[in-house]
Every structure is written in structure tokens, then in C-alpha cells.
Design a protein around this ligand. Sequence first.
Ligand SMILES: *Cc1c(COP(=O)(O)O)cnc(C)c1O
Length: 392
Amino acid sequence: MIPSLMPTYGERNLAFERGEGAYLFGSDGRRYLDFGGGIAVVGLGHAHPHLVQALKAQAEKLWHTSNLFRIPGQEKAGQRLVENTFADTVFFCNSGAEAIECGLKLVRKHHSHNGAPEKYRVITLEGSFHGRTLATIAAGGQAKLTQGFGPVVDGFDHVPYGNFNALKGAITKETAAVLLEPIQGEGGIRPLEPDYLREVRAVCDEFGLLLFLDEIQSGMGRTGKLFAHEWAEIKPDVVAIAKSLGGGFPVGACLATEKAAAGMTAGTHGSTFGGNPLAMSAVNAVLDLMLADGFMEHVIEIGDVLRRKVQGVASRYPKVLAEVRGLGLMLGMKAVGTNTDMVKALQENGLLTVPAGDNIVRLLPPLIIERSHVDEAVEIIDRTCGSLAEAS
Ligand SMILES: *Cc1c(COP(=O)(O)O)cnc(C)c1O
């Protein structure tokens, strides 16, 4: 008999009652250090007083009006994102996949608006993940996403990860854009070289393509910059964000330049829930904290400490950990055994992490963690590696 919850997720045994900062309190009575952050969503930790206060205050006033009316909180959040990024304009939606969908529609509209409707194809990278809707599984392209959901939405050309010549060679008269994650998340914390990103930017300019970045996981401070592409000092045309944007409130956004968004006029796109007052109170509260002096410096500094210490563990247990990689607080530990076994063992020892492709165990802690959290996590990773080394 099918369970009352559609069984699309694996077996889940643990539930939580409460969260506080970097900690989650399980209904098993145990306290867990949360270095999964609900898959890079809880950027400011659980129950951050500023977020709680903002959401409570808004909840007592007004939840939803629809986009038939002006939403002051949305105007404020949009203005702040424009002021602090490459973007001139923002569309708010409710999830990452929706943010990508908006960007894909924008890319097609851009070229048809400019008299080149034949340009509709998007080049994406192998191993990428862009969401679970029909178009975004086609963009990701991996068989495990598209299997059984055919016919696959047309318009995507996949090229090997990080190979610039392959990408350039895939450009045709029909190419509209290049879509990529500056650091592949689900694919296994695989950062693209800054030089590669700069080359892709240049080739997009040469061929009149839009550069569309998926910063749903790598954005919102995760790498110590508001967006990971800032490390390569490039300016994209379109960026999709979500995950940490609402600190746990479901919200996404598609950011674009004025030029890229040409054609996105009244009636071309919309969302019933997108950017509602409740969601915008969360986003504005997140921005209050992330845009404050010193926030990003802290992420860079603490990310460095975490990375160095985990690398230390990896060098002590080369038979358990093959590699540590990533940027800021978007780190991956490559397991020698299976990553899921390691995630389970870490959980048993009180540390929550997230598995990813390429046998990676992801560390995606709240961006507000302190040295004490790093020390505690590293102690658990060290101990867990010790017992895994003995068992192997
Ligand atoms: C999580 C994620 C998505 C999909 O976001 P949803 O909110 O689950 O739709 C897309 N791209 C990347 C890089 C992600 O990490």
C-alpha cells in the first residue's frame, strides 16, 4: 500500500522538534550540530532572533495580497538586490526550480524580442543540477532525473564539465545562452576555475549569448561573497537564487540585467505566491544581516578554518577521506568508502551533513557558525573517520 506521503524520498528516521543557531534538537532527545543546514538553506542558523521577529511582526499584519497589488516589501527586497549585485531587475518566485524556469523563459524571450526567435537552445554542463520541473530536469540532463519522464523538454545541449573547447564547439546559430553552476552542488562540490568562467563570459559576448548562472546553492553568502561568481570577477546576465535567500522560508528569485530582461513585459510571466509579504519579510531580514559589515569576512575566515581543519583530518585518515574541496562554507569531503555510510556514521555521532554526487559528503553549515562549532564538528569528523578507518 502506498504511504500517505508519496514515497519519492528515501527512508527517513529522524525528526526534529526545535532548532537554535547551528543546533537541531531531535525527537530522539539528542542534540545535533547541523552542518547540512537543510541543504544550504538555513544560512543564518535556526530561529535567528532577527528573522523570527521579522516574520512574527509580518504574520500579525498581512500574509498575502497577490501580485495584482504593489507589495512594498517586495519593492524593498528587489531594490536591495539590484543595489548589491550585477542585476537591474528581479522576479520573485517560491523555489529554485521556479527561479531557473523564469531565467529559461527570459532567455528565450530575450532573443525572440530581439528578432532572433531561432535562438532558444541552452548549453548546460554534465553533472549539473537545476531542479525537478520538466524543463529543469532537461537542463540538468542526468538520466537519473529524466528517466521515465520523457519526452524530455527540448532545447538543452550538454557539454563536459569544465571543458571550455567542448562548450565553444557546441555553440550553434540556435544557441541562446549558457547555464551553469559556478560550483556544482548536487554534482559534488565541483568548483569551476575562475579562468574558465571568464572564458565562458567572453565567448557569450562574442556570440551574443546570455550567461545564466545557477547560484541557488552557491549564492547568498555561501562562499563568502554574496554570489560565487564574484570570485571570478565576471558579470553574468541572469542569475537564479533561492535556498539561503529566505533563511528557511521558501522563496526564490531570478535576477537579470535590463538588456537580458528585454521582452519580459506585463503578462509574460507571473506567480500567485511569488514575493508575497510574508516571504519578503524573511528576505529583507536575511538581507539586513548578510549585507551588514563583516558578514562575508566572517564566512571567508571561518570557512578557511573549517577547511584547514578538515583537511588535517583527511591527511590523518587517507583511507577514509580522499579529498576536501570547495569554497567558503560550501565544502565537500570525498569519501573513500561510500558517502552515504559516512553521512550516517556522522549523524550517529551528532553531526548532520548532506551527501552529493562523486561520493561527496557536503558541509553546508549556517554561515554564522563560530570556532566552537568548527571545533565540535571537526572532533566528530575525526572520531568518525577513526572508527571508519578501524572498520575498513
Ligand atoms: C536546490 C537547487 C536547485 C533546485 O531548487 P528547488 O528549490 O529544490 O527547486 C537548483 N539548482 C541548484 C544548484 C540547487 O542547489
